[in-house]
Design a protein around this ligand. Structure first.
Ligand SMILES: Cc1cc2nc3c(=O)[nH]c(=O)nc-3n(C[C@H](O)[C@H](O)[C@H](O)COP(=O)(O)OP(=O)(O)OC[C@H]3O[C@@H](n4cnc5c(N)ncnc54)[C@H](O)[C@@H]3O)c2cc1C
Length: 284
């Protein structure tokens, strides 16, 4: 396991980093914590002559309350996120979700941006961010655009980022009142084989909005049909059970995974039912 020689670039701004990457083209890559990229390079799965270090780029850092929601810089580490007071005040479920990622060593250097841009299908944040309706701020040169979390992943290890384009920040929206969120996941070895995030909003006593995102099973997370969840508390467990079964049936597990497709669908049904129940209870 030895890295081939490369030139390390330390840009001072997002625009500069983006232009550097555009200049070096396929010969270069960005990295932040390096927990994915440097490992891939050490294993000989990837090789680059130029690496662009994003860790010290100011525009990518920080976690702050913004517009009723929270803005998380792409270079924020998992550890910074799980311990952020600003995030815990508005989205404590996200801090709890991130605290389950990997181990302290990986969380100390690995970043939210690195997790999303590497686009490993087995990701906790990918499901969670879709469920809460997050937006991803991207920048190429000086041009910026916003991409809905649900449209960022194009497939396993693929995103919609253009060459030279960087993920700058993740924006969590202002949270609707009386919204309960539950993120559940299961792993057999290192990374999750199932991640399920439910978000349920109530008006009066009835469910007025619900999202159920299933991730880590297929190539990208998907939103299950939650239309049948609308209604009051009576009968909610039965409606949630039916919705969870439907979500499980809609999964297309990736071939060659750690568990059989039938077992994964069973795990999805069990976790989805529980997550919906927890989100409903938390929305009262
Ligand atoms: C042992 C282990 C266990 C893990 N367990 C889990 C788990 O339980 N749940 C989970 O969700 N994840 C898990 N992970 C994944 C972990 O979250 C990621 O490894 C980490 O977040 C990657 O961040 P990084 O900064 O190190 O990425 P890097 O390796 O620096 O970068 C990864 C990729 O993203 C690109 N990139 C990075 N930042 C940007 C940016 N701002 N804009 C554009 N491209 C960018 C790089 O070019 C590279 O291709 C695990 C990883 C390991 C090693």
């Amino acid at each position: 396991m030895k890295l081939t020689p490369f030139t390390l670039h330390r840009p001072g701004s997002v625009g500069q980093a983006s232009r550097l990457l555009a200049d070096v083209g396929d010969d270069g890559a960005a990295y932040c914590g390096g927990t994915e990229l440097l490992l891939a390079m050490k294993l000989g799965l990837a090789s680059f002559r130029h690496l662009v270090d994003l860790k010290r780029v100011d525009g990518l850092r920080g976690i702050e309350a913004a517009g009723g929601g929270v803005r998380i810089g792409a270079a924020a580490t998992h550890h910074e996120i799980e311990t952020s007071a600003a995030l815990r005040a508005r989205y404590p479920e996200m801090a709890a979700m991130i605290s389950q990622v990997a181990n302290l060593r990986v969380r100390s250097v690995g970043t939210l941006g690195g997790n999303l841009c590497f686009a490993d299908p087995h990701s906790d944040p990918a499901s969670f961010l879709m469920a809460v309706g997050a937006t991803l701020l991207c920048q190429r040169g000086e041009a910026t655009r916003r991409v809905a979390a649900g449209e960022f992943l194009a497939g396993p290890y693929q995103t919609v980022l253009a060459p030279g384009e960087l993920l700058v920040a993740v924006e969590l929206p202002a949270r609707a009142e009386r919204t309960g969120i539950s993120h559940l996941r299961m792993k057999l070895t290192e990374r999750p084989v199932v991640t399920v995030t439910a978000a349920v909003t109530r008006t009066g006593n009835a469910v007025s909005a619900a999202r159920l995102i299933v991730g880590s099973v297929g190539s990208v997370p998907f939103a299950a049909d939650t239309a049948a969840l609308a209604g009051g508390p009576a009968g909610f467990p039965a409606r949630a059970g039916a919705c969870a079964e439907q979500a499980a049936a809609g999964c297309a597990p990736l071939p060659g995974g750690e568990a059989s497709p039938d077992y994964l669908r069973h795990l999805v049904a069990v976790h989805a039912r529980q997550a919906l129940g927890e989100a409903f209870a938390a929305s009262s």
